[in-house]
Design a protein around this ligand. Structure first.
Ligand code: PEP
Ligand code: MN
Length: 336
């Protein structure tokens, strides 16, 4: 971190600021120029509050030169994190495909989905029970019953399951759910993230609708800082000016994250595009760009889906996509 001081900064004021920085456990390197004086901070600046330094009257500006996230940072943990979900691994050379309906709707629907996903080679079953919907009048999920049905499908097929948690008051209901999904709308629900850090279960953290990669990694940091290192990041598209797709898939987020973090990253082409016809090409792009997995919405009868039908693909289409995904994984040396 660098502090650029105003030309008006005299020695007394500079010394006061330096003493304050030293009291925060930071060493300083001061270079006095003609127009301004620059203080370089040496040490762990991840807990330094930029705004409080900007409040000093001799401060012109403060600039971070290293990332504010530590536990998620590749610099301090070079080995890629591999998360083991009941024997299904994700990260490094292990590729994983999470698939299933947007919402669990009935026993028949989720069992049919689970069986076809397993048969096609998908290795984790997704299904929403608590649904974040824009309209309070839309179908908001079967809630506890939905989780029970998801667990029935888990028992029937052996597939680990992932489902979205929206409120801490439901956490107890998720004890047998293998991965807790935190949806885009809750990516910055910091209380929720901190509490999930204490639960030890793998967390699938979706990117917020309008969040930067750094903000997303800071949210992962919240979970990790309270004791849970098992975070999987999911790029699910961001809001842009484009309207032909529901969101814009930020495919470059994958290699960008690869350089910044050791955490696994997956791609969700379903929420990124909102269109069933776009899932196949973007699933292939996900493998090619080096993602650690995919999340895809699959429904036995998309036209009857209670949520996200337009982006849901049929089990037949899923099998076709899986065939290409497996071929690409093989070429890339990934294990699926
Ligand atoms: C979902 O996975 O069904 C979902 C609601 O996703 P997102 O939070 O990415 O919108
Ligand atoms: Mn959905």
């Amino acid at each position: 971190m660098i502090i650029v001081c105003k030309a008006s900064a005299n020695e007394e004021k500079l010394n006061k600021l330096i003493a304050h920085l030293n009291s925060l456990g930071l060493e300083t390197h001061v270079s006095i120029g003609v127009m301004s004086t620059v203080i370089g901070l040496i040490g762990d600046t991840s807990k330094v509050d930029i705004e409080s330094l900007e409040a000093w009257d001799i401060t012109e500006k403060v600039k971070r030169v290293s990332e504010p996230f530590k536990l998620a940072n590749r610099k301090f943990h070079n080995e890629p994190t591999v998360i083991d979900i009941n024997g299904v691994k994700i990260g490094d050379k292990y590729f994983s495909v999470m698939a299933g309906p947007c919402s669990v709707e009935s026993e028949e629907q989720i069992i049919a989905c689970a069986k076809s996903i397993k048969a096609a080679g998908g290795n984790i079953l997704r299904g929403g029970a608590f649904k974040p919907r824009t309209s309070p009048y839309a179908f908001r999920g079967l809630k506890e019953k939905g989780l029970d049905l998801l667990l029935t499908a888990k028992k029937e097929t052996g597939l680990p399951v992932v489902s979205e948690l929206m409120s801490l008051e439901h956490l107890d209901l998720f004890s047998d759910i293998d991965i807790i999904q935190i949806g885009a709308r809750n990516m910055q629900n910091f209380e929720l993230l901190s509490e999930l850090g204490k639960c030890g279960k793998p967390i699938l953290l979706k990117r917020g609708l309008a969040n930067t990669i750094e903000e997303w990694l800071m949210s992962a940091e919240y979970i990790m800082a309270s004791g849970n290192p098992n975070v999987i990041l999911c790029e699910r598209g961001i809001r842009t000016f484009e309207t032909t797709t529901r969101n814009t898939l930020d495919i470059s987020a994958v290699p960008v994250l690869r350089g910044l973090t050791h955490l696994p990253v997956i791609i969700d082409p379903s929420h990124a595009t909102g269109k069933a016809t776009l899932i196949h090409p973007l699933a292939k792009a996900g493998v090619a760009v080096g993602a650690d997995g995919l999340m895809i919405e699959v429904h036995p009868t998309p036209e009857q889906a209670l949520c996200d039908g337009a982006q849901s693909i049929t089990p037949q289409k899923f099998a076709e996509i899986m065939s290409d995904v497996k071929t690409l994984c093989h070429i890339e040396g990934r294990i699926l």
